[in-house]
Design a protein around this ligand. Structure first.
Ligand code: NAD
Length: 497
């Protein structure tokens, strides 16, 4: 059985914990690896190593740090097929989708290569007579990242390239369900010339997360995962005086207006609801059919959902792969059972799908519900699987209220040909990322990613300009070089005269 270890101080690290987790190939249902689950002692040791590496790394000119990132970028490109296969083998998503997610992570590395420009700071000559003032951003120290299973390359790369470019050192705790890609990325960064101890991977579960929260050498924590854990991380990091950003779950709506190009909306929804088996924080899990378009939307969607090609991620014909674990598969199927009990109309039922030759894989087909009501649990809760719920709304206002009343506020989109509806919607939606005729409005690396409401606890979004702000602290220096006579003491607040 393959053993996945930690990567600390530039090399494999076994740690003292004897606890092991199981990693599966979702396509076959087989356990393929065991992963070390670190102890508090392992984490504390790693934090000491990361802290020791901080002095040297933070003192390097940003340009030198950028050069290591350039080399890392090259190595990711060179090894992209291998990295993609690692994602497919532990997460299950289809190869091209996995490759796309790796590319979205790579784009953050590309953005981070511009760090000298981003850390230039601001200077004012003569804030007072012969007094100058300037502001600079300095790194925080050791930062940690805790990431979910659904993007084993992209989400870690929202964090560590930015943190490291800013001069911090980093400890990543990837999802214990699919940790191999993170370990490989750290090896490649090391090969690119990153000094030992700057990027460390510690595998584990709640025990190591709690050790991160309590460790006094760690200054900041970035978290992405489900809302209850995000809230826990946010509250407990704050108690431990850490800077924290904690991104949580989602229930993304797609408002389909009667004037839209229906084919475009249906195709957009298909990719956004069933791509990656719905295991995306930006997946569209609710279609709000406005006015007269409902019946036609459901009819067109149902044909496509029934025709979805479900299969192993490495099969080029597959449009949708398996779910990540059997446990998660059962949870998602349980939600479909619940929706039926709650009285929603299950138009397409994918619960009983079996694939010949892959009977033990964690597959289900796409499911489509119609006439879902806002008090149903299948509407209120995140399902995180290939299940799309259609909710009918009388008009634009009712649709917008649905979006705004929901506890989550990650992403939303509207399909319309009416510029006024699109503009009003983007302005009034209480949501962090809005798409107009764009089903999955994931911001590019040079913007920033994050939701509102219970989809993000904290102040800053991830990567882009917000990433630089999160991973640095501001210092403002005011200076005077007096010459001539000594000035008298001043006991009043200095002001501009
Ligand atoms: P999760 O919350 O179960 O796990 C996330 C991380 O927290 C993992 O590293 C896990 O080991 C750790 N963790 C789990 N339980 C813990 C506990 N009790 N105490 C401390 N740490 C714990 O999430 P997941 O199932 O891996 O990922 C899916 C979730 O992530 C979905 O809710 C999805 O919406 C969300 N997500 C959000 C975004 C976003 O940008 N908002 C992006 C991707 C995923």
């Amino acid at each position: 059985m393959n053993l996945i270890e930690h990567f600390v101080g530039g090399k494999k690290f076994s740690g003292n914990s004897k606890r092991l987790g199981k990693v599966f190939n979702p396509a076959t249902g087989e356990q393929t690896s065991e992963v070390k689950l670190a102890s508090k002692i392992d984490l504390n040791k790693t934090a000491e190593i990361a802290l020791a590496a901080f002095e040297n790394w933070s003192n390097k000119p940003p340009l030198q740090r950028a050069r290591v990132l350039f080399k890392f970028k090259e190595l990711i490109e060179k090894n992209s097929d291998e990295l993609t296969k690692l994602i497919v083998s532990e997460h299950g998503k289809v190869f091209e989708d996995a490759k796309g997610s790796l590319t979205r992570g790579l784009e953050v590395v590309e953005y981070a290569c511009g760090i000298p420009q981003m850390l230039k700071g601001e200077f004012t000559e003569n804030v007072g007579t012969n007094v100058d003032s300037w502001s600079i951003r300095q790194p925080l120290g050791v930062c940690a990242g805790i990431t979910p299973f659904n993007f084993p390359a992209m989400v870690p790369m929202w964090m560590f390239p930015m943190a490291i470019a800013c001069g911090n050192t980093f400890i990543l705790k990837p999802s214990e369900k699919d940790p191999s890609c993170s370990v490989r990325l750290a090896e490649l960064f090391s090969e690119a010339g990153l000094p030992d101890g700057v990027l460390n991977i510690v595998n584990g579960d709640k025990e190591v997360v709690d050790a991160i929260i309590e460790n006094k050498n760690i200054s900041a924590v970035s978290f992405v995962g489900s809302t209850p854990i995000a809230k826990y991380i946010y509250e407990n990091c704050a108690k431990n005086e850490k800077r924290v950003q904690a991104l949580g779950g989602a229930k993304n709506h797609c408002v389909v207006m009667p004037d839209c190009d229906l084919d475009q909306a249906v195709n957009g929804l298909m990719g956004a609801a069933y791509g990656s088996a719905g295991e995306r924080c930006m997946a569209q899990s609710v279609a709000v059919a406005v006015g007269s378009i409902g019946d036609k939307l459901v009819e067109n969607l149902s044909k496509k959902v029934e025709a979805l090609k479900v299969g192993p991620g490495m099969d080029k014909k597959s449009e949708m792969g398996p779910l990540v674990t059997n446990e998660h598969l059962q949870k998602v199927k349980g939600y479909v059972d619940l929706g039926v009990k709650e009285g929603a109309n299950l138009v397409v039922d994918g619960r009983n799908l079996k694939l010949q030759g892959y009977e033990n894989g964690f597959y289900m087909g796409g499911c489509l519900f119609d006439k879902v009501k806002k008090d149903m649990r299948i509407y209120k809760e995140e399902i995180f699987g290939p299940v799309l719920s259609v909710v009918r709304a009388k008009n634009f206002e009712e649709a917008l209220n649905l979006v705004n009343d929901h506890e989550f506020g990650n992403g939303v989109s509207i399909f319309t040909r009416d510029g006024d509806a699109g503009r009003t919607f983007s302005s009034k939606a209480k949501i962090g990322m809005v798409g107009i005729n764009i089903p999955i409005p994931v911001p590019m690396a040079f913007h920033s990613f994050g939701g509102w409401k219970r989809s993000l606890f904290g102040d800053q979004h991830m990567h882009g300009p917000e990433g630089v702000r999160f991973y640095t602290k501001l210092k403002t220096i005011t200076s005077r070089w007096p010459s001539g006579s000594v000035t008298d003491p001043e006991f009043t607040m200095p002001t501009m005269k």
